[in-house]
Design a protein around this ligand. Structure first.
Ligand SMILES: [Zn+2]
Length: 167
């Protein structure tokens, strides 16, 4: 019985996210963030239009395009600037990764996904975050956030003038 029980537990864990978070259309200037808080762990996935990160949406070919891709990667690697969690929660970056989604054949648009995981020493003090996404990528005008935290499940749109989110 034991192997069956563990595989069921695993399925329950991992099927939750797609059911909770609906898919969205690719729209330039609009980024999406799915963030989940469970005990002391914060998982965050940003979905970003390639055009806003790089100014183009194909595999970097010229030197200028390669430099733009490297610069965007450097900005995204600064997880604490992109997602600044409540300081009192004492969260540290456990993982930061960045990848282009494989476009379908003939697709004209490319999305990038930046994934971050934080571990927080005082999760009870975790009440929200401020995003530095608008400073890092000024052509992004809106960040649509969906969160799942002990405070509940909610959605809110952030903008450059309103970069703070409360769970
Ligand atoms: Zn596009």
């Amino acid at each position: 019985m034991r192997p069956l029980l563990s595989s069921l537990a695993l399925a329950a864990c991992c099927l939750q996210s797609p059911a909770l978070f609906a898919q969205h259309a690719h729209e330039h200037g609009v980024a999406h963030l799915q963030i989940a808080v469970e005990r002391g762990t914060v998982e965050a996935s940003f979905d970003l239009p390639g055009d806003d990160l790089l100014g183009f949406e194909q595999a970097p070919a010229t030197d200028a395009q390669k430099a733009a891709a490297a610069a965007a990667g450097e900005r995204l690697k600064d997880a604490a600037a992109i997602l600044s969690l409540s300081p009192a929660a004492q969260c540290t970056v456990a993982e930061a990764s960045f990848e282009a989604e494989t476009p379908e054949a003939g697709a004209e648009h490319v999305d990038f996904v930046a994934h971050y995981r934080f571990t927080c020493a005082t999760p009870a003090a975790l009440t929200g975050f401020t995003t530095g996404l608008f400073k890092a990528f000024p052509s992004i005008g809106e960040l649509a956030v969906q969160s799942q935290a002990p405070q509940g499940v909610r959605e809110q749109k952030l903008a450059a003038g309103n970069p703070e989110y409360r769970f």
